[in-house]
Design a binder for this molecule. Structure first.
Ligand code: FAD
Ligand code: SF4
Length: 637
């Protein structure tokens, strides 16, 4: 795993750069909430005077990765995060039981995923930060206002996109191709997986790439219900293989990995190794969505931000809501305006590059709100494509009850806090032969089994127990505990012109910043795919000898989850090889403003069935390496 120099056929404009002053010279005069020492506060005037190489907006998967790579590369970095400071190590309610929580931990409008979910100041609604859907659209937008964003409570399913996924238009004429190949990103997948820790296996299946040897951690053994599904799916011709999740099944080999990631950079090697050594292996006891105090799962504030801070090159300001990117008279980005949420004052931060990593739609919003005489339609929007071609994942699910799993002897099936196995898309041949009524594919995730009982546990059992109550009902609960299973499809949506976000002419948030309005339209490809998912899941449940307990719709519009609900929204500032058809190039660099970068999911050209976050981080690493090498090259010149 060398650190390859980015290669590109694109001729790119230079980014002016000065060599960084030593980190030690800057410590102690920082203005941030935290930097090389936490809790240091200085005035906004000092903050503006800082001379940053890069201002990063957002601290989640994309922002955290950019901060890590750039700070390790010796650049002076300022990270601005709209949410509050958050430390999973001290704040995580890992060991409370549902019985300790109000309503037994049930979800509420403020905490949709339950009382203990790590989300701070977020969910489908964020107080004071509304958004709108155009008539006929019901888009749901999940946000988390906290250091690390949604990496604190995401599912941690980490699948690579395959070679087909980068060239979808070339395969079937729909959507658009990425300006890079799988091979361009493969080294960064390796690096990202090695750094964050991903368990899984190499199966050599079509469009389901292997990792390089020594990168993946061993997967946990399948659970009882997973083994049963595996056996029955074999008869149906559906592969069931170890899932890939960003959870440490064993401690990372910190010395080896940091050496391989940073062969020629002693500081980066040291901070990476020290940070990795503070991570323990998972002991399979607690739900990851609450955050992990032993740093066994991947979260930006435990894995990316600490080593970046340890370089002395990163400052972080939390409670900093960025309103717009500012440009100088030369049309180049020179910083951002943000609202200090603790004072309500408008502040300014300056830097030689600006990197937007605020999450796909929020990044589009910032670009569209960055209007000036030079850029009246928003920044980087000469193609008119900012906000366009937003995609989510196609989702549909079916549950069932499996008699073969009843009355199992007591056993602990907690395991890693999600599935141990999954089904990658397997019908490429059928599709190529024209035997499916939709393009692209889906993979299957599944849940169920003997999880810790929470709110609603055994709800709906009456339909199975024929009016039992008292002692007999308890016996029925023991009988059925662990016998329910659920399959969820995660499929590719093809980008279309009718799915986009724009500035709502009537909406502003609590700081007066214009808000977004969403438009959405599924095509028949997505609707037919959702119908296919439900039929497949029903047939798997029946093959397991089970009974389907949820509706299976003939109408795909009834099967498919509402847009945004799968929380895999990407697009809105897509990359491409042609400036008239894209917003950024393959290194996430804006065509119009050469020192402005978009490194989150906004730059996605397609949204393969593979959950996007691993790819977001790999793309962000590649872009960051490009930024660092471009700056270094100019300083040598
Ligand atoms: C419950 C759940 C489960 C998920 N499961 C998976 C999964 O299993 N696999 C997968 O691949 N993906 C999953 N995802 C999606 C995943 O979380 C996102 O794809 C990923 O976090 C996106 O990274 P990001 O850096 O773009 O955004 P985020 O992680 O959301 O980070 C963006 C950050 O920017 C900050 N910000 C936003 N606007 C501003 C502003 N104006 N100024 C300053 N800061 C700002 C936000 O507060 C936030 O902290 C899941 C998401 C959720 C909620
Ligand atoms: S299951 Fe493992 S990785 Fe997840 S929170 Fe618990 S200890 Fe951490």
């Amino acid at each position: 795993m060398d650190s390859p120099t980015p290669t590109s056929s694109t001729t790119l404009p230079p980014i002016p750069w000065k060599p960084p002053e030593p980190a030690s010279a800057r410590c102690g005069r920082r203005s941030t909430v935290w930097g090389c020492g936490r809790e240091q506060h200085e005035s906004a005037a000092v903050r503006q005077a800082q001379d940053y190489d890069a201002v990063i907006v957002g601290s989640g998967a994309a922002g955290g990765m950019c901060a890590y790579v750039l700070a390790c590369s010796g650049l002076r970095v300022l990270m601005l995060e709209a949410g509050r400071d958050y430390d999973p190590v001290t704040e995580t309610p890992m060991f409370q039981t549902p019985a300790d929580a109000p309503l037994r931990g049930a979800g509420t409008p403020e905490k949709p995923f339950g009382f203990y979910d790590a989300t701070v100041d977020g969910g489908w609604q964020v107080p004071g930060e509304p958004y709108a859907s155009a008539p006929g659209t019901d888009f749901r937008w999940w946000r988390a206002r906290m250091l690390g964003g949604r990496t604190n409570h995401w599912g941690r399913i980490s699948l690579r996109m395959g070679e087909y996924d980068f060239k979808p238009r070339s395969r079937d004429g729909l959507g658009a191709d990425w300006p890079m190949e799988y091979d361009d990103l493969a080294p960064y997948y390796d690096k990202t997986e090695a750094l964050i820790g991903v368990y899984g296996s190499n199966e050599g299946l079509e469009n389901t790439p292997n990792s390089s040897p020594g990168v993946l951690l061993p997967p946990p053994a399948p659970r009882a219900e997973e083994m049963l599904a595996q056996a029955r799916c074999r008869e149906l011709g559906i592969p069931v293989i170890p899932a890939h999740l960003a959870i440490l099944t064993r401690r990372l080999d910190a010395a080896r990995i940091s050496r391989e990631l940073w062969p020629n950079n002693a500081t980066a090697r040291r901070v990476t190794e020290e940070s990795m050594n503070r991570r323990a292996a998972c002991y399979y006891a607690t739900p990851c969505g609450r955050g992990c105090s032993i740093r066994a799962n991947f979260q930006s504030p435990t894995v990316l931000i600490p080593p970046a801070l340890a370089t002395g090159n990163l400052d972080v300001i939390t409670d900093a809501m960025v309103r717009e990117v500012t440009v100088g008279p030369d049309g180049r980005a020179d910083g951002v305006h943000y609202v200090d949420k603790t004072t309500g004052l408008d502040e300014r931060a300056t830097g030689r590059t600006v990197i937007l990593a605020a999450s796909a739609c929020e990044t589009a919003r910032i670009l569209l709100n960055s209007k000036s005489g030079l850029f009246p339609d928003g920044l980087a929007n000469g193609s008119g494509l900012v906000g366009k071609y937003v995609m989510d994942t196609v989702g549909a699910g079916v549950g069932g009850q499996i008699p073969a799993l009843e009355n199992m002897p007591p056993h602990n099936a907690d395991g890693a806090s999600a599935m141990h196995v999954y089904m990658p898309w397997w019908l490429y041949g059928e599709q190529a032969a024209g035997r499916l009524d939709f393009a692209r594919g889906y993979h299957i995730e599944f849940g169920g089994g003997r999880k810790m009982p929470g709110f609603g546990f055994m709800g709906g059992l009456a339909g199975f127990t024929d009016g039992a109550y008292g002692r007999r009902f308890k016996e029925e609960c023991r009988r059925y505990y662990g016998s329910f299973i659920r399959f969820d499809g995660r499929g590719e949506m093809i980008p279309n012109e009718d799915s986009y976000c724009e500035i709502d002419p009537d909406g502003v948030d609590q700081w007066g910043i214009p808000t977004l309005r969403f438009h959405w339209k599924w095509s028949d490809h997505e609707l037919n795919q959702a119908r296919h998912m439900q039929r497949t899941f029903a047939s798997v449940i029946e093959a397991m000898g089970g009974r389907v307990t949820s509706s299976v719709h003939d109408d795909g519009a009834r099967a498919i989850a509402a847009p945004g609900v799968i929380i895999h929204e990407v697009g809105g500032a897509r990359m491409g090889a042609d400036p008239s058809e894209s917003v950024v190039n393959e290194f996430c660099q804006s065509w119009e403003v050469d020192n402005l970068f978009v490194t989150d999911g906004a730059c996605f050209v397609s949204n393969a069935d593979k959950n996007p976050t691993l790819s977001i981080m790999a793309v962000a690493w590649r872009a960051s390496e490009y930024i660092a090498s471009e700056m270094t090259a100019r300083s040598i010149r």
